[in-house]
Every structure is written in C-alpha cells, then in structure tokens.
Ligand binder design. Sequence first.
Ligand code: C5P
Length: 315
Amino acid sequence: MAATTEAVIVRAPAKINLELRVGPVREDGYHELATVFHAVALFDDLTARATAPGAGVSITVDGIQADEVPTDSSNLAVKAAELLAAHIGLESADVAFELRKGIPVAGGMAGGSADAAAALVACDALWHAGLDRETLHELAAQLGSDVPFSLLGGTAIGGGRGEVLTPVLARGEYTWVIALADHGLSTPGVYGKIDAMRAAGEVAQPTPVPEIDDELMAALRAGDAEGLGRTLHNELQPAALALAPHLEKALEIGRKVGALGGIVSGSGPTTVFLARDSSQALDLAVALTASGAAVDVRRATGPVPGARLVESIRG
Ligand code: C5P
C-alpha cells in the first residue's frame, strides 16, 4: 500500500515594504500600488495534520500574540484550506492546523497572509494535489493582496493591488530591527485615512500611476545598504502616524542611533530599521526597548524564501 502523508510543516516569512507607493482608489475599492516587498526572517510555522473524512478544518494557535488570532472561519489559513479543497474538488477540507506565530499580529508585516500562503503549500502537499506555482499564485491572490508575495518570498516588485509580482535580483543580506507596537492598526482603516488626508490636502495628491524609485532599485542591485536606507519610503506612513502618533518616538530613536533608515512597515504599527551591521542592530534594539517606544523588538535578516515545506511525516 502507498504511504500516505500524515502531517506536514510549512514555514512562511513576514514581509516589509522597502517602498510603498499608493495610487488613487480603483473602481474595485483597492488602491493601485507600486511596492517593493522584502521577506525577512520572522516566521510563522504551520503544522497540518490529516484528519478523519468530513472532519473539516480546525486550527489552534500559540506563540506571540496568539490570543489575538481568530480560530474560526475568518482565519486566513482556514479560508485557504477551504479554497484549495474546493479548487481540487474535495467535498470537505479535512485538516487540523497547529499555528505557531512568530510574526506580529495586525502589525503590517503580512502575518495573516503568511498563514494563508503556508496553508496553501501545506494542503497541496497533504492532499497530494500537485498544483503548479501559477495555480497556487492565483488562489493566493483570491485570499488577499499580500498572499502571493508570502508564497514567493525574496525581494519582489508588487504592482496591481500588490498581487502582480516581479522578482528583483537584489544583492546582499540586510539586517533589520523590528519594533513591535501594541494595538494593531486595521489595514482598510489606514488606507481610508490616507484617502481622507489626501482629500483634505494634508498630504500630497497621489500620482495617477505610482512608480518605484530608480535609486532604490539601483541600491538593491548593488547591495548598497546605505543607498537602500536613504530611499526607504512608505506613502501610508503619514496615515499610520496620524492614527498612532506614538510611533514617531520609535522613528526618532532610529534616527538618534543612526540607523541607515527607518519606516513604518506597510500599514503599521510595526516600525522597521535598517542597521549598518549586527552591532548597530543590538544598539538599536537596546535603545528601542529601554525607551519604551516598542513593546518588543526583534532582529531579522532579509531576504529569505517564501512559504516552504520544512518537514513531511509519512504514515
Ligand atoms: O487584499 P487584502 O484583503 O489584504 O486587503 C485588505 C484591505 O486593504 C482592503 O479591503 C482594502 O481596504 C485595503 N487595500 C487597498 N489597496 C490595496 C491593498 C489593500 O485599499 N492595494
């Protein structure tokens, strides 16, 4: 008898946006983006176990901020399992997930998207679906704008609403210091705030077609950390700071310690700093922790790969 797969473990990374340009609102309610995604070494690990036929999807969560993660059908990993099951014609998405969070929840680091990407890779392996990358990408895009990048990883340009990806041939490894804030920000809330600030003339109007900065791309191609630090940019930052003014304190500490650059990550409230080296990363971590500007501080390198199978247990 052929061996069946009993369980698989998939690891998926957090992302930061090295640049995030936000165009006007489209007819479908999303904003046209020009962004550079970068996967960093903060991970969620998802174990997926085979269950009895008809059992459906279940999920338990542990790790950082685990109590803030929903365990019902609103969980993106649950949605991903159900979507993949429907796609391959299974009547019931039978899987038991155990999720270990290492990525901040509602932190602007695509933690939920990482879980969705991990669930797609896990269910594909557990159910021997053998889906190709393109199909997984299409399913990922249905689950959320950042999910395709969580599958791909590395460093990539994101267009459309974030789902149209072009890998970047970036050189070098970068050292990031990641400052976690309490009270997550809602992504739609932050997008809505930037629209309101633009309408009120409090910030510059969006360019009709957002574009990536040439200088940032040149820095990535050259592996030039100083150039990258200078060109980090997030057009959602004014909105995140308006909703969470205390984040300014963390950015101020980054400047004082002399980080190569510091920005709000995606829609926030996490802030990220590019360190010159591991010794400066330690200085930044200590200063951010001591000041109380961050509830927790992590150090992580990037780029790292997207969601991938790390273990497969056969029965
Ligand atoms: O695609 P996802 O479900 O992750 O998006 C969450 C919310 O973020 C959307 O409902 C929308 O309010 C906002 N968003 C946007 N433009 C994008 C991506 C997300 O307005 N390109």
